[in-house]
Design a protein around this ligand. Structure first.
Ligand SMILES: Nc1ncnc2c1ncn2[C@@H]1O[C@H](COP(=O)(O)OP(=O)(O)OP(=O)(O)O)[C@@H](O)[C@H]1O
Ligand SMILES: NC(=O)c1ccc[n+]([C@@H]2O[C@H](COP(=O)(O)O)[C@@H](O)[C@H]2O)c1
Ligand SMILES: [Zn+2]
Length: 272
């Protein structure tokens, strides 16, 4: 040991996971290698599937998405947390991160009451945010970072999808690990955004050289057409999909014509 303190990190990935694919799992491996190369120690990964209230087209029930994520991450350092997935209404990602952060900060005080998150814990984190000048580590020096693909980073630029203050909090307080994805240019996007540029040191871009275009959309489409998706996702997940007859023409029509929850929430707010 050379006496240099190692920053410990927990990685949190939010998304639909509809269904979870090998690429979702690879994201964690790529991020861990990258961070450990930069002097961090990655303790744990958390997958947090979004709740049904997100209203994305084709989003099947959270109980199935959660179970598939559990099957995919068996015997792994990656875990699945159902808190977000089981909330009746869609929960903003900043709030989700705060929830896990508060669990890390004070596990003994935590309970899973949303109102508490809203009023008590939010205040606690805001106080912490204001009073701590540079550190977003919990008491034992662990940081919680959001893990996502470059499409999610670039979605920060879509009007009425993210609140500016949430982007600031995610980037400024927590930090982001972003995996490159075909069709996205995260470095260019950061360069072109003043907000992202300001927080660039808190954004870790991980270059995936084995360009990989696996997407859950592709998997659902192939399943609808009766095509094989074996080896794009774990066998256990595939067996579960077949057993429960998930992903059909019908399921793809779920939420068709329904406005995505963040757009509903933020465009209502801007017109009221
Ligand atoms: N091939 C990939 N490369 C990099 N990141 C990915 C890839 N696939 C998914 N991700 C990331 O995984 C997280 C969860 O994404 P999501 O559940 O939307 O998966 P998806 O494959 O993009 O699904 P969909 O096609 O339904 O949008 C997001 O941060 C997304 O950017
Ligand atoms: N304003 C926000 O907090 C906001 C907006 C859009 C998406 N998200 C999150 O990003 C993830 C995106 O998932 P998809 O790429 O599957 O749509 C989800 O977890 C969703 O909750 C958050
Ligand atoms: Zn996606």
């Amino acid at each position: 040991m050379d006496g240099t303190a190692v920053t410990k990190v927990v990685l949190l990935a939010c998304g639909s996971f509809n269904p979870i694919t090998n690429m979702h799992l690879r994201m964690f491996e790529l991020a861990r290698d990258h961070l450990e190369d930069s002097g961090y120690q990655v303790l744990k990964g958390i997958i947090s599937p979004v709740g049904d209230g997100y209203k994305k087209k084709g989003l099947i029930e959270a109980k199935h998405r959660l179970e598939m994520a559990r099957l995919a991450s068996e015997n792994s350092w990656i875990t699945v947390d159902s808190w977000e997935g089981l909330q009746p209404d869609w929960v903003e990602t900043a709030k989700v991160i705060r929830h896990y952060y508060n669990e890390m900060m004070a596990p003994e005080q935590n309970n899973d009451d949303v109102d508490t998150v809203k009023y008590g814990k939010k205040r606690r984190i805001e106080e912490y945010y204001v009073t701590s000048s540079s550190s977003m580590e919990n008491r034992d020096g662990t940081r919680l970072m959001l893990l996502c693909g470059a499409d999610v980073l670039e979605s920060f630029g879509i009007p009425n999808l993210w609140k500016q203050e949430d982007i600031e909090e995610i980037l400024g307080f927590f930090g982001l690990v972003c995996i490159t994805r075909a069709g996205n240019e995260p470095l260019k996007f950061i360069h072109q955004s003043d907000t992202l540029w300001k927080h660039r040191k808190n954004i870790h871009i991980v270059q995936e050289w084995v360009t990989n275009e696996i997407s859950a959309t592709h998997v659902r489409r192939a399943l609808r057409r009766g095509r094989s998706v074996r080896y794009l996702l774990p066998d256990g997940v595939l067996n579960y999909i077949h057993e429960h007859h998930l992903y059909s023409e019908d399921s793809e029509q779920k939420n068709a014509g329904v406005v995505l929850a963040p757009f509903q929430r933020y465009s209502d707010a801007s017109t009221s």
